[in-house]
Design a protein around this ligand. Structure first.
Ligand code: FAD
Length: 169
């Protein structure tokens, strides 16, 4: 979600809202979803579809998706028509959502934008424009996906800017 937010936020600024298709079932495709629900229903034939779906998704989300597909959550899987099943499986594999906003800069995890890297000497982090001015971390125009890249960049550039490598050699 965070990596998506990184790409989607600028699109919201541009277009107001962004339609997306999201797979909430850890990437299971239509075939795998069909097989999964079929297996669940063979194991427990008289159990309602909602319970089968809860093996994949949280209950409130399962209820909402069944509602969207026009399926009674209490219905047994075998009693649902083929066309409805196909519609539902498609909805599970490609859930349509519209992103209409974001939690503003205050809630953001990373700043995008900052001092132009071309204006900084990458060996020392010193400004090419003003002697004695050094940069580190987010203040520069560089950011990465989630996974520690931003912290690593902050530590590494801070190490360089602090001149530790120069002091140690
Ligand atoms: C909730 C959250 C989760 C995150 N998770 C990850 C993650 O899992 N992995 C990852 O790589 N990155 C993560 N990040 C991003 C990462 O924390 C930042 O990119 C990194 O900490 C930036 O380091 P920095 O030193 O540039 O800035 P900061 O860590 O923001 O340090 C700037 C410091 O300057 C101080 N300051 C500000 N103004 C002044 C002033 N006028 N005078 C004196 N001091 C001032 C601030 O108080 C602050 O201590 C996360 C960020 C957030 C908000």
């Amino acid at each position: 979600m965070l990596d998506f937010a990184r790409e989607i936020t600028p699109l919201i600024e541009k277009y107001g809202e962004v339609p997306i298709l999201l797979n909430l079932t850890k990437g299971m495709n239509e075939e795998q979803l069909t097989q999964h629900l079929k297996n669940e229903s063979l194991k427990n034939p008289y159990v309602e579809i909602l319970k089968h779906l809860c093996s994949l998704l949280p209950e409130p989300l399962s209820l909402e998706l069944l509602h969207l597909a026009g399926i009674n959550p209490q219905e047994e899987y075998s009693k649902i028509s083929g066309a409805q099943k196909a519609k539902f499986i498609n909805l599970l594999a490609w859930t349509p959502l519209t992103v209409t906003g974001h939690d503003v800069f205050k809630m953001a995890m990373i700043t995008r934008g900052g001092v132009n890297l071309k204006e900084i000497n990458p060996k020392t982090m010193q400004s090419r424009i003003m002697d004695g001015l050094y940069f580190c971390g987010e203040v520069m125009n560089l950011d990465g996906p989630c996974g520690g890249y931003n912290l690593q960049w902050s530590f590494a550039s801070g190490h360089l800017a602090g001149g530790l490598n120069r002091l140690l050699t």
